[in-house]
Design a protein around this ligand. Structure first.
Ligand code: FES
Ligand code: FES
Length: 156
């Protein structure tokens, strides 16, 4: 089946089996391997991308369901000249990542949170990030990073 959607502002046309997930289409058909696959059944959050601005588990969504949508992945976060997004900078500075496998999903979830709530408290950040599992850092650095990025993006 054919599907046409935009990824990080670029139009993409793919021809895939109806059962192909959006995660597989992004990684294997479009070469955007920043979106990671962990559990592949909606539990870990590693595959989180934004579809029409909403966070979505790309392992649970079919590629054809994205037809006509606007998809944002971690590859779209940095500026064209390579300058990292404040969230990416903060994850580095605050030790929000270790192996980094969970980080793309964390970043996209945090991006959605800060879009809706410019100044979330730490408990709120914990609550919103609770669907993203990290197996190696613990979460203090992640919360620190999201808090720091919020201050950077929306100074009070
Ligand atoms: S790979 Fe999609 S939620 Fe784990
Ligand atoms: S940094 Fe390794 S799983 Fe999160």
């Amino acid at each position: 089946m054919k599907a046409e959607f935009s990824v990080n502002g670029t139009r993409c046309d793919i021809d895939v089996e109806p059962r192909r997930t959006l995660a597989d289409a992004l990684r294997e058909d479009l070469g955007l391997t920043g979106t990671h696959l962990g559990c592949e059944h909606g539990v870990c959050g590693a595959c989180t991308v934004l579809v029409d601005g909403e966070p979505v588990r790309a392992c649970l969504m079919l590629a054809v369901q994205a037809d006509g949508c606007s998809v944002s992945t971690v590859e779209g976060l940095a500026a064209e000249d390579g300058t990292l997004h404040p969230l990416q900078e903060a994850f580095c500075a605050k030790h929000g990542l270790q192996c980094g496998f969970c980080t793309p999903g964390m970043l996209m979830t945090a991006l959605d949170l800060l879009d809706r709530e410019p100044a979330p408290g730490r408990e709120r950040i914990r609550e919103e990030m609770s669907g993203n599992i990290c197996r190696c850092t613990g979460y203090v650095g992640v919360v620190d990073a999201v808090e720091a990025a919020a201050q950077e993006l929306n100074p009070r």
